[in-house]
Design a protein around this ligand. Structure first.
Ligand code: ASP
Length: 343
């Protein structure tokens, strides 16, 4: 474990999981290489200044491109934070951008009662390259993690501190890659970090609990004009515990020849919880506002309201892993657990 422990009180744990920020250029393109990031951090003098927070570096193995992340890695990150919770004032998770919002959402449910900052960050350009956006993302994330104002799972990128389970990756190549279209930013980092105190979760007492996820069978189906629902009948079976339907606007689906509703009813009576999210990045699902959504409701689907698909997937994993009865899962999907939806 690398560190810059200079005897100062507060300390941040950097958990390196992989992703572009720490990748090395090879003949086959950028790839995560074990031990490589430690050398890159030595090249950033600011990380060792006397007025910079103390930190330790913990590297996960293997390092991954975040497209390869699964429930196992989410559980591993959660476990490391849980086991080292008392030793640090905050945590910074270096992570690939592709699935960062999924991991942030997962951790927000997995770490119940979290009362310290957990900041996910990464970069579009590796630290080893000129113009890397990783340097500021890393430095500011560590400072925010050490300050302890936003005591929840956050995502920091391009001067914005965002609620993790509201975040979405918005750009594949822009440096302003993340946003929370249906929630205000938790802070803006300009000359100083300006916190939006009213948007930050209230302090939680009683200690943190760790609820690892099981490999719950979950499916996501995005509707589109002309979708032939019959083709999905063999997929939407009792084998799926949770289904996220990405619908149009406020929760609408093509009524077509009416072949979706019997499939949904069948999946529902077989035990699946069907959550309706919107393809629109902002706004809220309102089942029953239009005829095209009211039938979803009567078929047993629940509203994901203003939840992102990323958060809905993570929440289904969480609730099924806890063994919550289906009727309660249906209710809880529409209620706020970790700041993922508006009350
Ligand atoms: N494919 C990379 C990843 O998600 C992209 C990135 O880090 O920006 O790990």
């Amino acid at each position: 474990m690398q560190n810059n422990d200079q005897g100062r009180g507060k300390k941040v744990l950097i958990i390196h999981t992989g992703g572009t920020i720490g990748m090395k250029k090879t003949e086959n393109g950028y790839t995560p290489v074990a031990g490589y990031l430690a050398g890159e951090l030595k090249n950033i003098p600011d990380l060792n200044r006397y007025d910079f927070p103390a930190w330790d570096l913990f590297e996960m193995s293997p390092l991954l491109d975040s497209s390869n992340m699964s429930v196992d890695e989410w559980n591993e990150i959660g476990r490391v934070i849980y086991e080292k919770y008392e030793d640090y004032s905050g945590f910074v998770i270096l992570h690939g951008t592709d699935t960062m919002s999924y991991t942030a959402s997962a951790l927000s449910f997995m770490l119940e009662g979290l009362d310290k900052p957990v900041i996910l960050t990464g970069s579009q350009i590796p630290l080893s390259e000129l113009r890397s956006d990783g340097r500021d993302n890393l430095i500011t994330s560590i400072m925010i993690a050490s300050e302890g104002v936003a005591r929840e799972v956050c995502l920091y990128f391009s001067s914005r501190l965002l609620r993790g389970n509201r975040s979405m990756k918005m750009s594949a190549d822009g440096l302003v890659a993340f946003d929370t279209p249906s929630y205000p930013h938790l802070a803006e980092a300009g000359i100083t970090v300006k916190y939006n105190h009213s948007a930050i979760l209230a302090r939680r007492e009683g200690g943190v609990k760790y609820h690892p996820f099981a490999k719950v069978p979950i499916g996501v189906l995005k509707v589109f004009p002309g979708i032939q629902f019959g083709l999905f009948e063999d997929i939407m079976t009792e084998k799926l515990s949770g289904i996220v339907l990405e619908t149009f606007g406020a929760g609408n689906i093509p009524m077509g020849n009416g072949d979706l509703l019997p499939i949904i009813k069948k999946a529902f009576s077989a035990g699946a919880v069907i959550t309706v999210c919107s393809q629109c990045p902002s706004g809220t699902v309102s089942l029953g506002a239009y005829e095209t959504s009211s039938q979803l409701k009567s078929a047993g689907a629940v509203s994901g309201r203003d939840m992102t698909t990323e958060a809905a997937v993570a929440k289904l994993y969480h609730l099924f892993s806890l063994g919550v009865p289906k009727e309660d899962i249906k209710r809880l999907m529409e209620e706020n657990i970790a700041g993922e939806l508006a009350e």
